[in-house]
Design a protein around this ligand. Structure first.
Ligand SMILES: [Zn+2]
Length: 477
């Protein structure tokens, strides 16, 4: 009667794309097809190549997209879907839509830049190399977005409705609770998207988004993320460690280069740096936030202040908009970005992309990786195969702009910044379910993480847990 097909984020953490196909009225009125998330594959070539594959059905046959949040691995394939003929509504919360308005065009721009670069150096086996979609195509898809407020039931088609529930992952992020109704029977499917920290105040000080994921959920079938299925987050306060990294680097005359996602992570990090500076725990060195997208994201964050954690709100109340803090430079133009390269005194440089797969961070890394005085500080997940993962692993060199760059900087890692719940937090959240789902499928995790989480959930909760395979089709019980 209804099935789910995992078109992405199965066996990997990127490319989230889950198809719901429901034959309603016993098939009399045909099937309704909805995609929950429509993300880009990132990381290793093996995965990225899947961005170029056709869907197993025509894009125009999809009735709607339900988008959990604005991260590229959840929304970054939408322009391609539209390019291939999709013309239905894309439901998302208002902050998610605002964030997509900056993230998707930026992604189109990066796709174009990459294609142009490979054409210039003629290193692509595709001649000419083409962008997956252009900036213009990304902008054109924004008109399909429709606001779905948290908690409000939206009827997508006669037998399929959904509502968003808080996921506490990033600004605007939600889980999608989908209800299928056919011939008097009702089935509830819960897609978690990415799940934020369950006890924010204790586990993630400084986090921008305040609320914990919605509790007491009922689901017949659960599709859950497993990014951190085999790892525990340190539950220590990251601030003393961050202060020590900054002080040590500044003392030896170096700069701290921080690859960070422009949305959420950059804001959270900048807030924390401000707090440490104001309390004199780190010296007042210049802070460069080199990302036009981060600037626009700050503006969106200021618009949705109600979603802030209390400490983040207090910081804004006291010091105003981060865009106007003295000593903090938000670089918008390419010229402003290049000027940061000329800075030879200690500074903190935050730039994206967060996994160093593209963007302005590459210039800063190319410029500063070979100087042992500097520190590269990782505050986010680095998917296997990305430049970020290579640098973090202690490699001696890394390829940037087609050249090998020696890595001589110090490498520092702070794991506390994660916006994903770890297994004890997930179990705590799952224990609030009043009824056990008949089956749980784990997605959005490397195989080791997903299988470990399956074992933990089976042992601790006694639930029926499966690990989703890429392209696997499962019947809704
Ligand atoms: Zn996410």
């Amino acid at each position: 009667m209804a099935y789910i097909q995992f078109l992405g984020a199965a066996g990997t953490v990127t490319g989230s794309k889950h198809l719901i196909n429901a034959s309603l009225d016993g098939g009399r009125t045909g099937a309704v097809q909805v995609l929950v998330d429509c993300g880009l594959f990132q990381g290793q070539k093996e995965w990225r190549e899947r961005n170029w594959r056709e869907l197993p059905f025509p894009a125009r046959e999809i009735d709607a997209v339900i988008l959990t949040h604005a991260h590229l691995d959840h929304c970054g394939w939408i322009p391609r879907l539209v390019k291939e003929g999709f013309g239905g509504p894309i439901f998302a919360t208002a902050p998610t839509i605002d964030l997509c308005g900056i993230i998707l065009p930026d992604s189109g721009h990066l796709q174009e830049e990459d294609a142009a670069f490979y054409n210039k150096i003629k290193k692509s086996k595709h001649d000419p190399a083409l962008p997956l979609y252009t900036l213009e195509e990304a902008e054109a898809c924004l008109r399909f977005f429709r606001v779905a407020p948290v908690g409000q039931t939206i009827q997508v088609s006669p037998g399929l409705s959904f509502r968003f529930l808080n996921a506490a992952h990033i600004l605007g992020s939600c889980m999608a609770e989908v209800t299928l109704q056919s011939e008097g029977q009702s089935r509830r499917l819960l897609f978690t998207g990415d799940i934020g920290r369950v006890r924010n105040q204790e586990t993630a000080p400084g986090k921008v988004v305040h609320s914990a994921p919605a509790e007491g959920e009922l689901a017949d079938l659960l599709v859950m993320e497993s990014t951190y299925g085999n790892r525990l987050h340190p539950h220590t306060d990251p601030r003393p460690e961050l202060a020590a990294v900054v002080r040590r680097t500044v003392e030896r005359g170096g700069s701290i280069v921080v690859p960070a996602f422009a949305v959420e992570r950059t804001q959270k990090f900048v807030f924390m740096v401000k707090e440490l500076m104001e309390s004199a725990q780190i010296p007042p060195v210049p802070v460069f936030c080199d990302s036009p997208m981060a600037i626009k994201a700050v503006e969106i964050y200021l618009k949705y202040e109600a979603e802030y954690a209390e400490d983040a709100r207090a910081l804004i109340r006291k010091y105003g908009s981060p865009l106007e803090w003295p000593g903090f430079t938000f670089a918008s133009t390419a010229d402003e970005s290049k000027k940061i390269n000329e800075v030879h005194y200690p500074s903190i440089i935050i730039s994206s992309s967060g996994m160093a797969t593209g963007g302005r961070i590459l210039h800063h890394l190319a410029q500063r990786l070979s100087d042992p005085k500097n520190t590269v500080l990782f505050i986010g997940f680095q998917a296997p195969g990305t430049r970020g993962a290579i640098i973090k692993s202690g490699a001696r060199e890394v390829k940037i702009f087609g050249d090998m760059v020696p890595i001589r900087t110090q490498i520092a890692v702070l794991e506390q910044f994660s916006d994903h719940a770890d297994p004890p937090e997930l179990l705590e959240w799952l224990r609030t379910f009043p009824k056990t789902p008949s089956v749980t499928y784990l997605v959005h995790g490397e195989p080791a993480a997903a299988w470990q989480l399956r074992e933990t959930m089976t042992k601790e909760l006694g639930w029926n847990v499966q690990v989703a395979d890429w392209m696997e089709r499962i019947n809704v019980p």
